[in-house]
Design a protein. Structure first.
Length: 93
């Protein structure tokens, strides 16, 4: 029988993302996750709510969560999106 599950509120640090829906949240390591895109309501009143292409890295420890907003560049930046999926694949040697 598995041990009882218990909720524990962790302290959030760093660049905490705004509340959103339609994003992907992908496990990419033992304590790391990537949040990509989605729709948030951080726009000014009266403006259209649209998908975004934000990328956040989340690192989890036993007592806290630390968020990092990633900056990206290049000539092939992914377009804004919501209601999508993302998966992580193991690194091939």
């Amino acid at each position: 029988m598995p041990e009882d599950l218990k909720w524990k509120k962790l302290k959030c640090n760093g660049d905490v993302p705004t509340p959103r829906s339609g994003h992907s949240f992908t496990h990419v390591g033992s304590v790391n996750y990537i949040l990509y895109g989605g729709i948030d309501n951080s726009k000014k009143a009266g403006s259209k709510i649209m998908p975004n292409n934000d990328i956040f890295l989340m690192k989890v420890s036993s007592n806290e969560v630390t968020w990092y907003k990633e900056k990206f560049g290049g000539d092939q930046i992914p377009c804004a999106r919501a209601q999508h999926i993302a998966i992580a694949t193991p690194k091939q040697d």
